[in-house]
Design a protein around this ligand. Structure first.
Ligand SMILES: [Zn+2]
Length: 114
């Protein structure tokens, strides 16, 4: 019983190109193995551009996230500075109602307009 030649992997990994080529030329099993390897590497060549495009998209996405985070933190600071309710909560621990400002209000705390 003659098994399938198993030298290909060893030659591919440890041998040089010349010994591999010589063996592949004289060995049918390894020639088939070589054809499969060629197909795989061709396939990888075809697929590579997609991976590259995906990597660029990921980089763009990261950039967009960073810009977004900067915008959000900038906006948050803007809200604290210009929205008096939030700055009141920070300063006094509660929002100031119209009554606290000394305006005339009804029982609902709403500004009374006469
Ligand atoms: Zn072989």
């Amino acid at each position: 019983m003659t098994g399938k030649c198993t030298k290909y992997e060893a030659l591919y990994t440890f041998g040089n190109d010349e010994t591999l080529r010589q063996h592949v030329e004289s060995c049918k099993d390894c020639r088939e193995e070589q054809e499969i390897m060629d197909k795989v590497s061709n396939l990888l060549e075809e697929v590579k551009p997609y991976y590259r495009a995906k990597r660029i998209r990921t980089a763009k996405l990261k950039m967009a996230c960073a810009v977004f985070a900067i915008l959000i933190s900038g906006t948050a600071l803007g809200i604290v500075n210009f929205n008096t309710d939030i700055s009141d909560i920070i300063k006094y621990g509660t929002t100031l109602s119209a009554e606290d400002y000394g305006f005339p209000v009804d029982s609902y705390g709403l500004l009374m307009v006469e």
